[in-house]
Design a protein around this ligand. Sequence first.
Ligand SMILES: [Zn+2]
Length: 353
Amino acid sequence: MGAAEIISFEEVRARKQWDTLRQALHTRFDEWLDRLEIQLPGAAPTLAQVTETMWNLRQALTGGLTETIVKHTQRGEYTRPQTSCAQCGRLLTAHAHVARTVETMVGALQLERPYFYCRVCRDGVYPLDDALGLVAGCKQLDLQHAAAQLVTEVPYDTAQVLFRDLTGVPFGSERMHTLTNQVAENLTVVDVAPSRSEIERRIAEVAAGRFRRPVMVLGIDGAYVPTRPDSARIPGDGRRGKRARRARWRGQWRDAKGFRFYLLDGERIVHVLSWHQVQNEEQLGEALKLVKEASVIPEEQVRLCVVCDGAEWIWKHVQALFPQARQVLDYYHCAQYLHRVAKAQPDAFREAG
Ligand SMILES: [Zn+2]
């Protein structure tokens, strides 16, 4: 008898489990079909009419199926009679079943799970939530990641409209703002930097067919940027949904500092890495140091050149981290300085002019 013919007990059990789940999914699908039957437009609908109906019902289907899968794969947690307190180790008995709705990219899921409470530690726990890796609030991680991606590209109000239209899930711009701050707090320049191999690939592309190593520019500068103050979070007067859509706060201008690495490819600029934050020069120096220490920039493969205005704090960091780099005072700032000197000492420039 060949090895392939032996079916283990585990496999039989797994097969049975899958058959049970499949049955439950079919039932769920049938329930959804009942809803579809009612909402599907009459005889000979256009494609647009059909897709609109499907679009509106799609999350009821995918969310419902997901809910069924979760219920099946975590059935031990749904019926769990006891658990032990994480703090004191006491054995706790299920208090009650509490309903919770969570929102995901594929739709909403209803979870009715046992609640355990330790009277000694005065702390409650939902083991199912932990097993599923749920986060606080109804919007789960997949939605949060999608929203965070969107708000880094477009303004909050635009993000809110786009998010609702594309995902079918409403996401308030306030929530998006709070969320982005939470995500951004834990990000460093290394998290947003491309990998060293990706940067090497970009360098190789620019270097192809050329005798000399490509020029990589590190540009450092500070600028004033408008920000959204925390006071914007205070809700306005009037009933919900009736409030003026206009922003109720004034953007505060703050000093942002940052840097950017890019490659020169003839007239073209090839972006490599950028990091701009509302930060002081010490934090900027720290960020540059992180880039240096992560060695994502293959310095030996390029001719590094630093372009910035004459601010002393910038040169201090450059000198410490990239002493080999060619230092260039950018043309506009240079012209500005010359102009000032010329105004102050006209005689010195009369000969040259
Ligand atoms: Zn306890």
